[in-house]
Ligand binder design. Structure first.
Ligand code: KG4
Ligand code: ZN
Length: 351
């Protein structure tokens, strides 16, 4: 069954056509140039840009996949979590199209989309990866830093999550403090390659705390104080070292908590996803972390699936469709957006 997927939870207007795990098209319009000057996503502008682009992106996805409305078995859309004003654009359009073309709507949680990114395939059915349940899922993005136990398809348990900022958000804010631009993650990654690790004494978040939660606000404040102690010239001369130290502290927390989760819970598989996983050093460190263990690590199948995209929503929707999960005809009562609960759109909707 071919599915049209729509994703507008943050600053990417995205649409895709998928069939099972296969991606037939995956179109993404990034609003990064619109939000750049604000050093973060500006909600009203995000909404306006989604509204402007959504039909164009959907039509492009259908055209690339060479499908017409009659070929589609369902429409899927991200219901949350995310920016409510942005989510609404995708959800409303999905409902309108569903009504016009008489298609069912499959609601997908953004986080489960990132999980299924590791299992997406190209049009020829590659890569072939087995699901190994139970599985530990690490997501690190601009909106989330969480460790989730995936016990089976659509069966999630959140083990730990950030209590304040997400890892990507912390990197974005640190870059903003250094006037480096947006998004901060890739800029810091590049600068850090020239810098010395731990040149500055920055606290590694939550390292001594038991459990699997994260917190980045202390690191952010420590970094702010560090910059305030330095003159403009000194900051400029130390940018690589500052970037490297901040990035190292951010990643140490991710690695320590992932290691802790792997030693406390019986899993044979680690799936990772989210924009921060575009970072080569973090990928290398994660690979090293599982090297001596009997744990298979899966990154998103393709680079384009690391950040936000609609193909991952389409793949997740396939597993919902298999279990008969879609919005009831009367979706008015069920359609409130920005529902963060991962299991909300699974069990409750089962027939
Ligand atoms: O998954 P994503 O595209 O959107 C959200 O759902 O948030 O993640 C965006 C985040 C941003 O905070 C960005 O700075 C970060 O991912 N990011 C990176 C890299 N590329 C993007 N962080 C570290 N290294 C990178 N190369
Ligand atoms: Zn995301």
């Amino acid at each position: 069954m071919k599915i049209l997927a729509i994703e507008t939870s943050c600053d990417e207007t995205a649409a895709a056509v998928t069939e099972g795990r296969r991606i037939l098209s995956n179109v993404i319009f990034s609003q990064v140039n619109i939000h750049k000057k604000y050093g973060g996503v500006y909600p009203t502008l995000a909404k306006r840009a989604h509204l402007e682009k959504i039909d164009l992106i959907i039509n492009k996805a259908l055209k690339i996949a060479r499908v017409s409305w009659s070929d589609l078995g369902a429409i899927t859309v991200t219901f949350g979590p995310g920016l409510v004003v942005a989510l609404e654009v995708g959800v409303n359009r999905a409902k309108e199209l569903a009504q016009r073309y008489k298609k069912p709507v499959i609601p997908v949680n953004h986080l489960e989309g990132h999980f299924y990114s590791a299992f997406a395939q190209n049009g020829r059915g590659n890569p072939v990866r087995d699901f190994i349940f139970p599985c530990l899922f690490l997501i690190a993005s601009g909106g989330h830093t969480s460790l989730i136990l995936v016990k089976g398809h659509l069966d999630y348990q959140i083990l730990g999550q950030t209590l304040d900022d997400a890892a990507g958000e912390a990197l974005d804010k640190a870059a903003k403090m250094m006037n480096l631009g947006y998004p901060g993650g890739p800029i810091i990654e590049k600068l850090a390659q020239e810098g010395k690790l731990d040149s500055f004494d920055l606290p590694v978040p939550m390292l001594r705390h038991p459990g699997l939660n994260f917190s980045y606000s202390g690191l952010k404040t420590a970094f702010k104080y560090q910059l305030e102690k330095m003159g403009k010239g000194e900051i400029f001369a130390s940018l690589p070292d500052l970037a490297s130290s901040f990035q190292e502290a951010t990643f140490k927390a991710i690695l320590a908590k992932t290691k802790r989760a792997l030693s406390n819970i019986e899993v044979k598989c680690l799936v990772v996803g989210g924009g921060v996983l575009a970072n080569k050093l973090l990928r290398k460190k994660l690979r090293r972390l599982v090297k001596d263990q009997e744990v298979t690590i899966y990154f998103p199948s393709f680079k384009k699936l690391t950040g936000d995209n609609a193909a991952m929503i389409g793949v997740a929707a396939f597993y919902k469709y298999q279990q008969g999960i879609y919005l009831k005809k009367n979706f008015d009562k069920l359609d409130r957006v920005a529902r963060p609960d991962l299991n909300l759109w699974t069990k409750k909707l089962k027939k």
